[in-house]
Design a protein around this ligand. Structure first.
Ligand SMILES: Cc1cc2nc3c(=O)[nH]c(=O)nc-3n(C[C@H](O)[C@H](O)[C@H](O)COP(=O)(O)OP(=O)(O)OC[C@H]3O[C@@H](n4cnc5c(N)ncnc54)[C@H](O)[C@@H]3O)c2cc1C
Length: 492
């Protein structure tokens, strides 16, 4: 009889682990708390019929460069939209009533640089070497950091840039409002204080993807397509997914016999391991010490037409960062890191329907947006987001047909992994890039036999990469067979 693998959680990492173990011959069962499958990669009609909104992730720069998804051939399994402009950040006119301004990260690096005036050379110098050696960047950032990198030159270059741009020195690197704002907007994805080396590293990773390959691509029809193809592959290899199956206590969960080779993988907050009856006190202490970060408050809009951006180039960029200048973005993010809010918060927006007509009825649009807020905040972001969009797109308010919001305080009830509304699986800092969630060369393996952590709370961390899930499955296979199984073995 085949060994059993029980996976708790059907996010991209749980499903990646499930696919790997099913292909390796395990009898796989995925237990999902929610009624719907996919965790951070789900799409649903949240507002009006025919308007399809991404519940979690919307744009996937890291999915197509992920070694797991490359082996899985995710690029070929679903249809991807590769935008001409990865992202844009509109700015106020220099004088009241003056011309609208914006920084735009085009897929074409030279076109981007040319739009950045006297920062053209600086943008090229920062981004081009990393974009040219994307494999080296992915190798370094896409693994446990406590290892010898395979591309040392790219790793050193990346590290030095992260230190420079993660400090006050960044003010000497980018001097135009456009380039400075573009960089700050991408760094703000880390939801931590700015500037900081951790946020700069995350920005460099995302920027390296913006100008090569498929750029900041996203699946036609929404992120749910990613979960759907993973589930299809899992089922084709005999695995099953059980929605509406929350796991609250590992002591009472029947997941088989670890001595017989059965395994349990947790695509959840690491806190769930605290319910294991045999958890050693020192490991429990480390898991309790793991820090969760500030949260996200999200709002989705159904619109009766495109967002009326004042700057025409912003209309063609699916991802739009709103928050004004670097100073404003930094003030907003630093306030949240200290547990406060500014009146004009940084807003991450995605307008997928500008390039994907399947997302809304003819002529209509969807807009996805979130702001960073302190952990557990009850703030409804709808009005703050509306004001920030209206600032750069006068008339936006009149286009709103319907909206629905999720304050941070409600997020954990919808996904137990989002502790306090943290959507990154734990605070994103330099220390927690290494201690994720514990200091170990094999952080996916717990001290309890057969039990593994597989979520974004393990390396390489958040984003839709499937890599934490693959590393956990790989560790389980190494521990049971004594030899490593490669992605080529499973998918070749
Ligand atoms: C609003 C939002 C926007 C985002 N935007 C992007 C983006 O644009 N691009 C990007 O790359 N990433 C983005 N992310 C991050 C990305 O979605 C996550 O990093 C990724 O989904 C993490 O995958 P995971 O499998 O580790 O966890 P999740 O996707 O969170 O899945 C965990 C699953 O486990 C289930 N679960 C948890 N606990 C239990 C339990 N005890 N019992 C049973 N089931 C349980 C949950 O219900 C959930 O389905 C975003 C996330 C959110 C929420």
């Amino acid at each position: 009889m085949a060994e059993r693998a029980t996976i708790v959680g059907s996010g991209p990492n749980g499903l990646a682990a499930a696919v790997a173990l099913a292909r390796a011959g395990y009898e796989v069962r995925v237990l999902e708390a929610s009624a719907t499958i996919g965790g951070g990669v789900r799409t649903a009609e949240l507002t009006l019929p025919g308007f399809r909104h991404d519940i979690g992730s919307a744009v996937h720069p890291a999915a197509l460069s992920s070694p797991f998804f490359r082996a899985f051939r995710l690029r070929e399994r679903i249809e991807w939209i590769v935008p001409e402009a990865g992202f844009a950040q509109p700015l106020d006119p220099l004088t009241p009533g003056g011309a609208a301004r914006a920084g735009v990260a085009w897929h074409d690096l030279d076109r981007t640089a040319e739009g950045l005036g006297r920062d053209a050379a600086a943008w090229r110098a920062v981004v081009r070497p990393l974009a040219r050696h994307l494999d080296g960047v992915v190798d370094f950032t896409g693994h446990q950091l406590l290892r010898v990198p395979r591309h040392p030159v790219t790793t050193v270059r990346f590290g030095l840039r992260a230190l420079e741009l993660g400090s006050a020195l960044s003010r000497r690197t980018f001097r135009t409002d456009e380039a400075a704002a573009l960089f700050a907007g991408v760094a703000a994805h880390a939801n931590s204080s700015l500037p900081s080396p951790g946020a700069a590293a995350s920005a460099l990773f995302l920027l390296a993807h913006a100008h090569v390959g498929d750029g900041w691509a996203y699946p036609r029809g929404g992120a749910q397509a990613i979960a759907d193809v993973l589930v299809a592959d899992l089922r084709a290899h005999g695995g099953i997914v059980e929605p509406d199956s929350p796991v609250t206590d590992l002591a009472s969960l029947d997941w088989g016999d670890p001595l017989a080779g059965d395994v349990l993988l947790l695509d959840t907050s690491p806190r769930l391991v605290l319910t294991h009856p045999d958890i050693p006190a020192s490991y429990a202490r480390d898991i309790r010490r793991y820090r969760y970060g500030p949260a996200a408050a999200k709002v989705d809009f159904a619109l009766d037409g495109p967002v009326p951006w004042a700057h025409p180039d912003v209309a063609v960029a699916p991802t739009v960062h709103l928050g004004g200048t670097r100073d404003e973005v930094e003030a907003s993010e630093n306030a949240v890191a200290r547990g406060r809010m500014t009146e004009r918060p940084f807003v991450l927006t995605v307008q997928p329907s500008v390039l994907d007509p399947t997302r809304a009825p003819a002529g209509r649009q969807v807009l996805w947006a979130y702001i960073h807020v302190p952990s557990g905040s009850t703030l409804d972001p709808t009005e703050l987001v509306t004001q920030q969009v209206e600032r750069f797109a006068p008339g936006f308010r009149d286009r709103i047909l319907s909206s629905t919001s999720m304050p941070a305080s409600r997020r954990e009830a919808s996904n137990r992994s989002d502790v306090g509304g943290d959507i990154l699986g734990g605070a994103f800092s330099f220390v927690q890039a290494v201690r994720r969630p514990v200091f170990s060369r094999t952080p996916w393996r717990t001290p309890m036999r057969g039990v593994y952590l597989a979520s974004a709370s393990t390396p390489p961390g958040p984003g839709v990469t499937g890599m934490p899930g693959w590393f956990a499955a790989h560790q389980a296979l190494v521990d049971s067979a004594g030899v490593g199984v490669t992605l080529d073995d499973l998918f070749g």
